[in-house]
Design a protein around this ligand. Structure first.
Ligand SMILES: [Zn+2]
Ligand SMILES: [Zn+2]
Length: 468
């Protein structure tokens, strides 16, 4: 039997990453992400598999974002027996992310069942519960970066730093084929950028035959990260001068820690006044704890400060982690200028809602948008600066200043993707995945024009891999 890769998900779209590698002796799944679409379509897609989970020999996980790991609990529920290999930081992040994802699945099922009850339709079980999310961790087996590990009779895997988020890996597979040749397959989904705070640079991998590459920003360019820092500084200074509050709706994993890192720097360098900063999200607080534990994964600058000083980037005088709901609500009555970082990132749930409700009607305050806001979310309405927005069913006039900073992205843009592939050459073929159609097409064109053999698989397409 030849060596084959089947592109099951995260193809011509950015969610639901999953790919199946088959050889004579093994079936290995790379990523098992949650697919996001319309509610029923997502439920359908996430609860059925095109293979038997019990027959897999290994699962490899690139990083802890839900679009890569979020459907692992479903795999486990449906009889997965093998180990899930990933880095130790990803394992610890998944413990929090999958429990949180399970909580969202439970809330979602409750919401659907309220409607189903009214319509007299059968009840729906959550895709998985918070407990099932946590339980799937038992299958995880952590590896270090650069640790070569034989996962099956004919496949060895190695994780390298992808510099996308804490613990993220470029996965390299050395696969023996029937003719005793070796095929080297690289998986850079997602791929980070140079110069991101806290992280190293993406590792250059040599001698690859094939590379599976993400293309989230395959046709776009990011502003330099320095620009993000300056915009952050200016927005905070303007707001404090007005004696207002800065509300930052933030994603718990990586983006929140990057913001905290920059705030620490800005205060240390006296570029902003030392106002109180509140991290008002239990998930963010717990994830930040994982950053502290796994500081060995971070860049040298951060590693040195975290090792030598009591006050690191995540612990400084002005920074407060809010645990208690009452403490969170009490911030509404605190009229001092301050910075509040709260989830959820897209303002669909979580404590950020009551902070927004409390502050968006006043022009002295600022909502600082640092991440992607999907269509139909409250976050998107704020980005569009709609005159009125609805929070907890009540309309509020949006008078606060809205500042949007796009440069925080953890994905390589089109130039960075091209530069990365060029520095890994020669490669027999590059497969483009994980991007909207236009973005994938764009990086496909760019790589092809540079003389690189590139292919854009369709969803569920299977491709034969050949040794040299
Ligand atoms: Zn990611
Ligand atoms: Zn992704």
């Amino acid at each position: 039997m030849s060596v084959q890769i089947k592109f099951l998900g995260g193809v011509r779209t950015v969610t639901g990453s999953s790919h199946l590698l088959s050889t004579r002796f093994s079936r290995v799944l790379i990523d098992c992400g949650l697919f996001y679409g319309h509610r029923d379509e997502s439920y359908q897609s996430n609860s059925s598999f095109k293979y038997h989970p019990g027959k897999l020999n290994a699962v490899l996980l690139s990083h802890a974002h839900i679009d890569h790991c979020g459907n692992i609990p479903s795999l486990v529920k449906r009889g997965l027996r093998c180990k899930i290999y990933t880095t130790s930081a990803t394992k610890d992040l998944c413990k929090l992310m999958l429990a949180d994802s399970g909580k969202i699945q439970e809330e979602d099922a409750r919401y659907v069942n309220k409607i189903n009850r009214r319509l007299g339709q059968p009840f729906r079980k959550p895709l998985y519960t918070s407990k099932e999310g946590r339980r799937s961790l038992r299958k995880f087996r952590p590896l270090f970066y650069r640790q070569r590990f034989k996962i099956t009779k004919d496949i060895t895997c190695t994780f390298y730093d992808a510099a996308h988020i804490l613990g993220s890996g470029i996965i390299v597979l050395d696969i023996k084929d029937d003719r005793q040749g070796v095929i080297r397959l690289g998986y850079a989904v997602d791929l980070g950028r140079k110069g991101l705070p806290l992280l190293n640079e993406p590792t250059i991998i040599e001698d690859m035959d094939y590379l599976i590459l993400e293309s989230t920003y395959g046709g776009r360019l990011h502003s330099p990260i320095k620009e993000a820092r300056n915009k952050l500084k200016d927005a905070i200074n303007r707001t404090i001068e007005r004696r207002g509050k800065v509300i930052i709706p933030s994603f718990a994993l990586e983006r929140a820690q990057e913001i905290i890192y920059f705030l620490n720097e800005l205060i240390r360098d006296k570029e902003i006044p030392p106002v109180p900063i509140y991290v008002d999200s239990p998930l963010t607080t717990n994830i930040t704890e994982v950053f502290r534990t796994h500081y060995g994964y971070l860049d040298e600058e951060t590693r040195v400060t975290m090792k030598s000083k009591k006050e690191g980037p995540f612990d400084f005088v002005n920074l407060n982690y809010v645990r208690d709901r009452n403490e969170s609500k009490a911030l509404n009555n605190d009229k001092r200028p301050m910075i509040i970082i709260a989830g959820s990132g897209m303002c669909e749930a979580g404590r950020v809602l009551h902070h927004l409700k409390n502050s968006i009607t006043e022009s002295k305050n600022t909502v600082l948008v640092v991440g992607y806001m999907a269509e139909n979310t409250l976050g998107r309405k704020i980005v569009e600066r709609q005159r009125y927005v609805r929070i907890y069913g009540v309309e509020y006039e949006l008078n606060a200043e809205v500042v949007i900073i796009n440069a925080f992205s953890g994905h390589a843009d089109k130039n960075e993707l091209l530069e990365y592939v060029k520095s890994c050459l020669p490669i027999k073929k590059v497969f483009i995945v994980h991007g909207d159609r236009a973005q994938s097409q764009s990086i496909f064109d760019i790589l092809s024009q540079s003389g690189i053999n590139t292919y854009m698989p369709e969803k569920n397409e299977e491709v034969v891999l050949l040794s040299r």
